[in-house]
Design a protein around this ligand. Sequence first.
Ligand SMILES: C[S@@+](CC[C@H](N)C(=O)[O-])C[C@H]1O[C@@H](n2cnc3c(N)ncnc32)[C@H](O)[C@@H]1O
Length: 420
Amino acid sequence: MSKVQQNFSVVSDDADKPGPSQPASVRSFRSTTKRNASSENAGQDVKPAKYAKMANAAPSKRSNIADVTNTDDSLVWSIEPVCENGIRLDFFAKEPNAASVIMALFEKIYEPVLATLRMKKLDWDNVEDHEIGPFLTIFNTKVRFFRRRNPNKVLLSKENWREEKSTQFRIICDLACRLAIPDQTVLNKHYRSFSNGTYGETDYEQFQSILNQLGVKETDTFIDVGSGIGQLVTFAAAYSKCAYVSGIELEQVPADFATKNGIQFKRLMNHFGEHPRPFKLEKGDFREEKHSEFLKNKAKIIFCNNFAFKPELMLKFREILESCESGTKIVVTKKLETTRSENRVAHDCFFTQMANTSLLQSTGTKTKPNVSWTIKTIDYFLTVMDLEKHFRDAAQRAQREKETRLARQTRTKRDRAAKN
Ligand SMILES: C[S@@+](CC[C@H](N)C(=O)[O-])C[C@H]1O[C@@H](n2cnc3c(N)ncnc32)[C@H](O)[C@@H]1O
């Protein structure tokens, strides 16, 4: 199997279960541009091989390093802030993937800024890392000049960032992963296929659509159970108006990456003057008391990509969720009512009697899947807890029976009267 095949072996026709996978951040600059097709530039202008090379290259010290405000050579590149309340973004010599992140920022977010500053963009497909320094020197000088001349103007407006596609937040979350995880193939090696710990990602577009369909409120507390490297948690913290966003991950390797991802995410958000919702990424098992109590008593939106959960784990998951209060929204890839196979729904189980389940709208298409582990579209289900449902149903049933009985009695009386 070639290296490329190894990297993308899970995105195959016949793989319908999550397998070891690459986070979106790696894929977006390699060959699976499909998955990023929802991003504005996706699919047309990403040259994977080149970026992969850049991503692995540490910033060259031989290059004409520009805008080094620190004589200590550990600081390599800086980007002046272009948004209101933004802060300067500094990159250091040892940082992995810094060059590719800078290029992605310019290619995907700063384009309108370059136009305002009347700066020619670099040929991102063919740029070498030593060209970045001189480019940034000119860029930063122009930004500072613009700020002095136009103290009341911003170079990059974020007015449309929360609208429709929210491309910028997807890019920021993606780039945070790239800065946090130097070699994402580690995740491939770490995860075992077809186990509870199997990894697979929900596409940002699908996740954003789910948040929209749920109608997230400012009082909602969100949790991603099995949050992997934490990219959905950071996206929810950037995009939604949740009061609190959290993620717990069982496995050490992705949980460690998630912690770093959170730090890089905050750093990038600060650069754009953005304040994410309070969020926390933790290593843990949802079966532990602390987490199960959170699920039972605090979480209002529970997201769990539980497609690969084994029956025993599903059982424990269901047991905990049975204590959630009415109105709690639970999003899953394997139905809570399902017993053995995907399509066998257990009637008269707790979740058919005390909750309502519906299929959420999918963003997956034939050419662009909604998850990372298969090209098939995966269903996401919403279960809304409704603890009165059983009693309401019983009362309605009793009412219907009473009405039928009365109707029957009336008919009998009428028939008798007619006979007499
Ligand atoms: C399919 S991945 C989902 C990643 C992410 N939520 C997404 O949808 O993009 C499922 C994750 O659940 C984690 N997991 C499995 N059992 C768990 C448990 N008992 N507690 C917390 N996380 C668990 C796995 O390690 C894995 O990273």
